[in-house]
Design a protein around this ligand. Structure first.
Ligand code: IPD
Ligand code: CA
Ligand code: CA
Length: 259
Protein backbone atom coordinates (compact mmCIF):
# COMPACT_ATOMS: atom_id res chain seq x y z
CA UNK A 1 0.00 0.00 0.00
CA UNK A 2 1.22 3.49 -0.81
CA UNK A 3 1.70 5.42 2.46
CA UNK A 4 1.31 9.21 2.29
CA UNK A 5 3.84 10.77 4.62
CA UNK A 6 3.56 14.36 5.84
CA UNK A 7 6.99 15.01 4.39
CA UNK A 8 5.71 14.15 0.88
CA UNK A 9 2.77 16.55 1.30
CA UNK A 10 5.07 19.35 2.52
CA UNK A 11 7.66 18.87 -0.22
CA UNK A 12 5.04 18.70 -2.99
CA UNK A 13 3.36 21.85 -1.70
CA UNK A 14 6.71 23.62 -1.66
CA UNK A 15 7.44 22.53 -5.26
CA UNK A 16 4.04 23.85 -6.41
CA UNK A 17 4.52 27.18 -4.59
CA UNK A 18 7.91 27.55 -6.32
CA UNK A 19 6.41 26.77 -9.74
CA UNK A 20 3.62 29.26 -8.99
CA UNK A 21 6.29 32.00 -8.85
CA UNK A 22 6.69 31.58 -12.63
CA UNK A 23 3.00 32.44 -13.10
CA UNK A 24 3.30 35.41 -10.72
CA UNK A 25 6.45 36.64 -12.49
CA UNK A 26 4.79 36.50 -15.92
CA UNK A 27 1.37 37.74 -14.82
CA UNK A 28 1.85 41.41 -15.78
CA UNK A 29 4.17 40.74 -18.71
CA UNK A 30 3.22 40.34 -22.38
CA UNK A 31 2.23 36.72 -23.07
CA UNK A 32 3.81 34.51 -25.75
CA UNK A 33 0.70 32.76 -27.03
CA UNK A 34 0.51 29.87 -29.52
CA UNK A 35 -2.50 27.90 -30.73
CA UNK A 36 -2.84 24.16 -30.12
CA UNK A 37 -6.21 24.32 -31.87
CA UNK A 38 -8.69 26.94 -33.14
CA UNK A 39 -9.33 28.33 -29.61
CA UNK A 40 -7.01 26.11 -27.52
CA UNK A 41 -4.04 28.22 -26.38
CA UNK A 42 -0.67 27.51 -24.85
CA UNK A 43 1.78 30.09 -23.51
CA UNK A 44 5.46 29.95 -22.62
CA UNK A 45 4.34 30.01 -18.98
CA UNK A 46 2.38 26.72 -19.32
CA UNK A 47 5.53 25.02 -20.60
CA UNK A 48 7.89 26.65 -18.07
CA UNK A 49 5.67 25.67 -15.11
CA UNK A 50 5.42 22.09 -16.38
CA UNK A 51 9.21 21.78 -16.82
CA UNK A 52 9.86 23.19 -13.36
CA UNK A 53 7.34 20.84 -11.70
CA UNK A 54 8.66 17.79 -13.52
CA UNK A 55 12.20 18.42 -12.38
CA UNK A 56 11.31 19.14 -8.73
CA UNK A 57 8.75 16.33 -8.38
CA UNK A 58 11.24 13.85 -9.85
CA UNK A 59 13.64 14.76 -7.04
CA UNK A 60 10.91 14.21 -4.42
CA UNK A 61 9.83 10.74 -5.69
CA UNK A 62 12.41 9.46 -8.22
CA UNK A 63 10.44 6.30 -9.21
CA UNK A 64 7.39 8.19 -10.57
CA UNK A 65 6.32 8.84 -14.15
CA UNK A 66 4.41 11.85 -15.49
CA UNK A 67 1.13 12.50 -17.22
CA UNK A 68 1.50 16.23 -17.83
CA UNK A 69 -0.65 18.16 -20.29
CA UNK A 70 2.03 19.84 -22.41
CA UNK A 71 4.20 16.73 -22.80
CA UNK A 72 1.68 13.88 -22.57
CA UNK A 73 1.97 11.08 -25.12
CA UNK A 74 -1.11 9.24 -23.77
CA UNK A 75 -4.00 9.94 -21.40
CA UNK A 76 -3.45 6.90 -19.18
CA UNK A 77 -1.46 7.12 -15.94
CA UNK A 78 1.07 4.38 -15.17
CA UNK A 79 1.55 2.70 -11.79
CA UNK A 80 2.93 5.65 -9.79
CA UNK A 81 2.30 8.85 -11.74
CA UNK A 82 2.19 12.61 -11.19
CA UNK A 83 -0.78 13.97 -13.16
CA UNK A 84 -0.16 17.63 -13.93
CA UNK A 85 -1.98 20.54 -15.52
CA UNK A 86 0.68 23.26 -15.21
CA UNK A 87 -1.78 26.05 -15.95
CA UNK A 88 -5.49 25.33 -15.83
CA UNK A 89 -7.25 28.38 -17.17
CA UNK A 90 -4.84 29.33 -19.95
CA UNK A 91 -7.47 31.46 -21.70
CA UNK A 92 -7.98 33.34 -18.42
CA UNK A 93 -4.21 33.77 -18.09
CA UNK A 94 -3.96 35.15 -21.63
CA UNK A 95 -6.74 37.67 -20.82
CA UNK A 96 -5.37 38.60 -17.36
CA UNK A 97 -8.29 37.06 -15.47
CA UNK A 98 -7.04 35.70 -12.12
CA UNK A 99 -8.83 32.31 -12.18
CA UNK A 100 -5.71 30.34 -13.01
CA UNK A 101 -4.41 27.27 -11.22
CA UNK A 102 -1.71 24.66 -11.07
CA UNK A 103 -3.22 21.19 -10.68
CA UNK A 104 -1.02 18.35 -9.41
CA UNK A 105 -2.20 14.88 -8.41
CA UNK A 106 -0.36 11.74 -7.40
CA UNK A 107 -1.79 8.52 -8.84
CA UNK A 108 -0.85 5.30 -6.99
CA UNK A 109 -2.38 1.83 -7.14
CA UNK A 110 -5.21 2.97 -9.43
CA UNK A 111 -6.34 5.88 -7.27
CA UNK A 112 -5.57 9.54 -6.77
CA UNK A 113 -3.90 9.65 -3.36
CA UNK A 114 -2.81 13.30 -3.27
CA UNK A 115 -4.27 16.37 -4.97
CA UNK A 116 -3.30 20.05 -5.08
CA UNK A 117 -5.04 22.94 -6.83
CA UNK A 118 -3.06 26.14 -6.31
CA UNK A 119 -4.29 29.59 -7.36
CA UNK A 120 -1.13 31.75 -7.33
CA UNK A 121 -2.83 35.07 -8.05
CA UNK A 122 -5.62 34.56 -5.50
CA UNK A 123 -3.20 32.92 -3.01
CA UNK A 124 -5.31 29.84 -2.36
CA UNK A 125 -3.77 26.39 -1.95
CA UNK A 126 -6.38 23.63 -1.99
CA UNK A 127 -5.07 20.18 -1.17
CA UNK A 128 -6.30 16.76 -0.15
CA UNK A 129 -4.78 13.43 0.80
CA UNK A 130 -6.60 10.10 0.62
CA UNK A 131 -8.47 9.46 3.89
CA UNK A 132 -6.95 12.58 5.48
CA UNK A 133 -9.50 15.22 4.37
CA UNK A 134 -9.41 18.30 2.17
CA UNK A 135 -7.98 21.71 3.06
CA UNK A 136 -7.84 25.31 1.84
CA UNK A 137 -4.49 26.64 3.00
CA UNK A 138 -4.54 25.19 6.56
CA UNK A 139 -8.29 25.07 7.11
CA UNK A 140 -10.27 21.87 6.67
CA UNK A 141 -12.97 22.29 4.03
CA UNK A 142 -16.25 20.56 3.30
CA UNK A 143 -18.92 20.68 0.64
CA UNK A 144 -22.03 22.85 1.00
CA UNK A 145 -25.21 21.77 2.77
CA UNK A 146 -27.57 23.02 0.05
CA UNK A 147 -30.36 20.52 -0.54
CA UNK A 148 -32.28 21.91 -3.52
CA UNK A 149 -31.16 22.87 -7.03
CA UNK A 150 -33.25 26.01 -6.80
CA UNK A 151 -30.78 27.24 -4.14
CA UNK A 152 -27.72 25.83 -5.91
CA UNK A 153 -24.96 27.67 -7.71
CA UNK A 154 -23.72 25.37 -10.48
CA UNK A 155 -20.41 25.72 -12.32
CA UNK A 156 -19.67 24.37 -15.75
CA UNK A 157 -17.23 24.73 -18.61
CA UNK A 158 -17.18 24.15 -22.34
CA UNK A 159 -14.75 21.94 -24.26
CA UNK A 160 -12.59 23.38 -27.05
CA UNK A 161 -14.70 21.19 -29.37
CA UNK A 162 -17.61 23.57 -28.72
CA UNK A 163 -18.52 23.83 -32.43
CA UNK A 164 -18.72 20.06 -32.83
CA UNK A 165 -20.62 19.54 -29.55
CA UNK A 166 -22.80 22.65 -29.49
CA UNK A 167 -26.19 20.88 -29.45
CA UNK A 168 -25.26 18.63 -26.55
CA UNK A 169 -23.70 21.53 -24.61
CA UNK A 170 -26.77 23.71 -25.08
CA UNK A 171 -29.17 20.91 -24.09
CA UNK A 172 -27.47 20.50 -20.70
CA UNK A 173 -26.96 24.22 -20.16
CA UNK A 174 -30.59 25.01 -20.90
CA UNK A 175 -31.82 22.47 -18.33
CA UNK A 176 -29.45 23.70 -15.60
CA UNK A 177 -30.04 27.41 -16.31
CA UNK A 178 -33.80 27.15 -15.82
CA UNK A 179 -33.47 25.02 -12.67
CA UNK A 180 -30.54 26.30 -10.57
CA UNK A 181 -30.07 29.60 -8.73
CA UNK A 182 -27.30 30.44 -11.15
CA UNK A 183 -24.67 29.06 -13.49
CA UNK A 184 -20.98 30.09 -13.60
CA UNK A 185 -18.33 29.41 -16.27
CA UNK A 186 -15.13 30.61 -14.60
CA UNK A 187 -12.70 28.95 -17.06
CA UNK A 188 -10.75 26.45 -14.96
CA UNK A 189 -12.12 23.00 -14.27
CA UNK A 190 -9.59 22.43 -11.48
CA UNK A 191 -10.83 25.56 -9.71
CA UNK A 192 -14.48 24.57 -10.33
CA UNK A 193 -13.82 21.28 -8.52
CA UNK A 194 -11.89 23.00 -5.70
CA UNK A 195 -14.71 25.53 -5.26
CA UNK A 196 -17.25 22.69 -5.14
CA UNK A 197 -15.10 21.01 -2.48
CA UNK A 198 -15.16 24.10 -0.25
CA UNK A 199 -18.87 24.78 -0.71
CA UNK A 200 -18.72 27.87 -2.95
CA UNK A 201 -20.45 25.90 -5.69
CA UNK A 202 -23.03 23.22 -4.95
CA UNK A 203 -22.37 21.34 -8.19
CA UNK A 204 -20.14 21.27 -11.25
CA UNK A 205 -20.55 19.40 -14.53
CA UNK A 206 -18.61 19.40 -17.78
CA UNK A 207 -18.06 17.40 -20.96
CA UNK A 208 -14.74 16.37 -22.47
CA UNK A 209 -12.26 17.02 -19.64
CA UNK A 210 -8.88 15.31 -19.58
CA UNK A 211 -7.25 13.48 -16.62
CA UNK A 212 -5.02 16.48 -15.80
CA UNK A 213 -8.07 18.77 -15.50
CA UNK A 214 -9.85 16.59 -12.94
CA UNK A 215 -7.37 14.33 -11.07
CA UNK A 216 -6.54 16.68 -8.17
CA UNK A 217 -9.99 18.26 -8.00
CA UNK A 218 -11.83 14.97 -7.79
CA UNK A 219 -9.90 13.96 -4.66
CA UNK A 220 -10.67 17.40 -3.16
CA UNK A 221 -14.40 16.86 -3.70
CA UNK A 222 -14.35 13.29 -2.37
CA UNK A 223 -12.30 14.18 0.71
CA UNK A 224 -14.58 17.18 1.37
CA UNK A 225 -17.59 14.85 1.51
CA UNK A 226 -18.98 15.32 -2.02
CA UNK A 227 -19.89 12.95 -4.84
CA UNK A 228 -18.34 12.40 -8.26
CA UNK A 229 -19.93 10.42 -11.08
CA UNK A 230 -20.83 10.49 -14.75
CA UNK A 231 -24.09 12.25 -15.69
CA UNK A 232 -25.92 8.91 -15.34
CA UNK A 233 -24.43 8.28 -11.89
CA UNK A 234 -21.91 5.65 -12.99
CA UNK A 235 -18.51 5.77 -11.23
CA UNK A 236 -16.33 8.47 -12.82
CA UNK A 237 -13.00 7.22 -14.14
CA UNK A 238 -10.20 9.60 -15.17
CA UNK A 239 -10.70 10.80 -18.74
CA UNK A 240 -14.40 9.88 -18.95
CA UNK A 241 -16.26 12.29 -21.25
CA UNK A 242 -18.69 13.36 -18.50
CA UNK A 243 -18.00 14.54 -14.97
CA UNK A 244 -20.58 15.54 -12.37
CA UNK A 245 -19.33 16.70 -8.97
CA UNK A 246 -21.74 17.78 -6.24
CA UNK A 247 -22.14 18.24 -2.51
CA UNK A 248 -23.88 14.85 -2.47
CA UNK A 249 -27.22 16.31 -1.40
CA UNK A 250 -28.12 17.60 -4.88
CA UNK A 251 -26.46 14.73 -6.74
CA UNK A 252 -29.59 12.76 -7.57
CA UNK A 253 -31.39 15.94 -8.67
CA UNK A 254 -28.48 16.80 -11.02
CA UNK A 255 -28.45 13.22 -12.38
CA UNK A 256 -32.21 13.42 -13.00
CA UNK A 257 -31.71 16.75 -14.81
CA UNK A 258 -28.77 15.70 -16.99
CA UNK A 259 -29.84 12.14 -17.72
C1 IPD B 1 -9.49 24.14 -19.73
C2 IPD B 1 -10.19 24.70 -18.51
C3 IPD B 1 -11.63 25.06 -18.84
C4 IPD B 1 -12.37 23.89 -19.41
C5 IPD B 1 -11.64 23.32 -20.61
C6 IPD B 1 -10.23 22.94 -20.20
P1 IPD B 1 -6.85 24.65 -19.96
O1 IPD B 1 -8.15 23.79 -19.43
O2 IPD B 1 -10.17 23.77 -17.45
O3 IPD B 1 -12.35 25.48 -17.69
O4 IPD B 1 -13.67 24.30 -19.76
O5 IPD B 1 -12.35 22.21 -21.07
O6 IPD B 1 -9.57 22.34 -21.30
O7 IPD B 1 -6.79 24.50 -21.43
O8 IPD B 1 -7.03 26.05 -19.52
O9 IPD B 1 -5.73 23.94 -19.25
CA1 CA C 1 -6.84 22.19 -18.17
CA1 CA D 1 -3.55 23.57 -19.08
Amino acid sequence: MFIIEQNLIDQTKEAILEAGKIILHNWDRPKQIRHKGRIDLVTDTDVAVEDKLKSSLKDILPQTSFLAEESASSTKPGNLTWIIDPLDGTTNFAHHIPFVAISVALWAENNVVLGFVYLPILKEMFWAAHNKGAFLNDQKISVSTTKALEQSLVATGFPYSVREDIDEIMTYLRKVLVTARGVRRPGSAAIDLAYTACGRYDAFYELGLKPWDTAAGLLLVQEAGGNISTFSDKPYTLGHRQILATNGLVHQAMVDLLR
